[in-house]
Design a protein around this ligand. Structure first.
Ligand code: BTN
Length: 249
């Protein structure tokens, strides 16, 4: 049985993530905030997230219970657990989806889903974790072409329109079905599946970090979901965040 969650729908918000951060005190654990459209959707690295298409998914999930700011809590890897859940659901829908560490889901090298999480800390304690997800389900080819990075949408990949609400309820059921166990067991419990869906492993990649790009061979993930990168001089870098570029992607 999927664990319960509640869905709060809005016709329009600036950003579901911003709404959840601003109203966190009044939002219960496992509230999913959905906006039909966002006027100021954010992506990673200060990018914008195109958010004017109601048939796509723009959601933020409020998570509070059972989370704490200690290394034993797999806080950072919750987004990786969600990325894997999205990836597998897209595959069941007929898309050849794959993961790009840490949180992107791609089809044929084009981004179809992005995740952006926010942690809210109050008086040194974790007040909540907000997991934002944007998934391109139904778009015109022209609209994906206008995105500032290679992108696609599920309808373009499988050649038919996608029922957003059905996709969303299947996604949230799956996510919450495994969420409590994931919190207990952490990234090791999904490491094998996450690794299997990460086709860039073994290749030489560039990871853009706040202090500049670093190149190396993607060697795998540690038990926290961090990327192990072997640099040309043989050093092993353990990376928590970054923007991966794979040659020819
Ligand atoms: C990325 O750059 O890959 C992350 C994109 C995350 C977009 C989603 S849409 C719902 C939520 N609200 C936001 O403002 N951003 C996230």
């Amino acid at each position: 049985m999927p664990e319960p969650y509640s869905l709060a729908r809005f016709d329009a918000l600036t950003s579901t993530n911003d709404y959840c951060l601003e109203h966190l005190g009044g939002l219960a654990d496992r509230t999913v905030v959905l906006a039909e459209v966002q006027s100021d959707g954010h992506g990673r690295f200060e990018r914008r997230w195109i958010s004017h298409i109601p048939d796509n998914i723009y959601i933020s999930i409020v998570l509070k219970s059972g989370l704490f700011l200690e290394p034993s809590c797999p806080l950072a890897a919750i987004t990786q657990y969600m990325a894997l859940t999205v990836c597998r659901l897209l595959q069941e829908c007929g898309a050849d989806a794959a993961l790009k560490w840490p949180n992107d889901v791609l089809v044929e090298g084009r981004k179809i889903c992005g995740l952006l999480s926010r942690t809210s800390i109050s008086n040194g304690r974790l007040a909540g974790y907000i997991l934002g997800a944007g998934i391109n389900l139904n778009m015109e080819a022209d609209a994906v072409g206008a995105i500032d990075q290679p992108a696609t949408a599920l309808n373009l990949v499988i050649g038919r329109p996608v029922d957003r609400d059905l996709f969303l309820s299947r996604l949230l059921d799956r996510f919450f079905e495994g969420y409590a166990a994931f919190l207990r067991k952490g990234f090791p419990s999904i490491k094998e599946q996450y690794t299997a869906q990460s086709p860039f492993l073994g290749r030489t990649i560039t990871v853009n970090l706040p202090d500049g790009p670093v190149q190396g061979k993607a060697a795998g993930f540690d038990d926290e979901g961090r990327l192990r990168l072997v640099t040309p001089d043989g050093d092993i870098r353990i990376l928590m965040v970054g923007d991966v570029t794979v040659p020819n992607d």
